[in-house]
Design a protein around this ligand. Structure first.
Ligand SMILES: NC(=O)c1ccc[n+]([C@@H]2O[C@H](COP(=O)([O-])OP(=O)(O)OC[C@H]3O[C@@H](n4cnc5c(N)ncnc54)[C@H](OP(=O)(O)O)[C@@H]3O)[C@@H](O)[C@H]2O)c1
Length: 251
């Protein structure tokens, strides 16, 4: 490792068995944080942990399905146990993004999207932010989407769930900021991950709408998340929803 500004910190990244979350876990570990890699798939989680350790970093896998509040509470306790009683950085990244016409959206899918995209970060912050405040500080970064700010056909369900995340970012900045916990979000544009690469045509079509004219790499999104997670680079940034979208919301 080259420099370790996050040495001594514990970082928890949800949805870190894949895509953006895996890139964030790698980048935080690279900066010296003990990184907790979360997801349901232990095999993919251990592969991310193995990669981090191979590069000299420190990480553990913490498994959980985050769709109900009790599981989230248990997961938070497990993460604190793995972190030696602390989590200093929380990245709420786990999310699903099914697209489709509103009139074809079944209630079960509606509930699943809101459970993972909204309820899980809500109860995870409820479990972890007070402890961060008691220990004198912390940083929370939520992962949102351009679809939270722009109306796209077929993205009503997904976009609305992340619009809730954008508002939660501001509400939590107001609630926990005075106690030393910075809360911010990245509002991400089309990014090539294991999941989006399966629908390459869709990825390219969305990417073509932005000045950058290409999808992001997961590492480019991770760099913005690391910036917001690091007190050394973003100490006065609170309640921000940062577009990381190749310029899409600017045009
Ligand atoms: N990729 C994009 O173009 C894009 C654009 C804007 C915003 N985003 C947002 O960025 C985040 C990551 O996207 P991505 O493309 O990197 O996703 P991805 O590759 O599909 O990975 C999703 C992650 O979420 C975890 N996950 C899914 N269901 C879960 C559950 N029920 N409980 C716990 N963990 C669960 C998965 O782990 P397991 O399978 O191991 O459970 C996986 O690690 C999402 O919040 C997404 O909305 C993505």
């Amino acid at each position: 490792m080259t420099s370790a500004p996050m040495q001594g910190k514990v970082a928890l990244v949800t949805g870190a068995t894949s895509g953006i979350g895996a890139a964030v876990a790698e980048a935080l570990a690279e900066r010296g944080a003990h990184t907790l890699v979360a997801g349901r798939d232990a095999g993919r989680g251990e592969a991310v942990v193995g990669g981090i350790e191979k590069r000299g970093g420190s990480a553990d896998f913490v498994g959980a399905d985050l769709r109900d509040a009790e599981s989230v509470r248990r997961f938070a306790r497990d993460a604190l146990g793995r972190g030696g009683g602390r989590v200093d950085i929380l990245v709420n990244n786990a999310g699903i993004y099914p697209f489709g016409p509103t009139e074809e959206t079944e209630e079960r899918l509606y509930d699943t999207v809101y459970a993972l995209n909204v309820k899980a970060p809500f109860y995870l912050v409820a479990e972890l932010a007070p402890g961060m405040a008691d220990r004198g500080g912390g940083a929370i970064v939520n992962v949102s989407t351009t679809a939270a700010a722009v109306g796209f056909p077929g993205m009503a369900l997904y976009g609305s769930s992340k619009a809730a995340v954008n508002l939660l970012t501001k509400a939590w900045a107001a609630e926990y900021g005075p106690r030393g916990v910075r809360v911010n979000a990245v509002q991400v544009g089309p990014t090539r991950t294991e999941t989006t690469a399966r629908t390459e045509e869709n990825l390219q079509r969305l990417a073509a709408q932005a000045p950058a004219q290409r999808p992001a790499a997961a590492a480019e999104v991770a760099a913005a998340i690391v910036y917001l997670a690091d007190d050394g680079t973003s100490s006065f940034v609170q309640g921000a929803v940062l577009p990381v979208d190749g310029g899409r919301v600017a045009v």
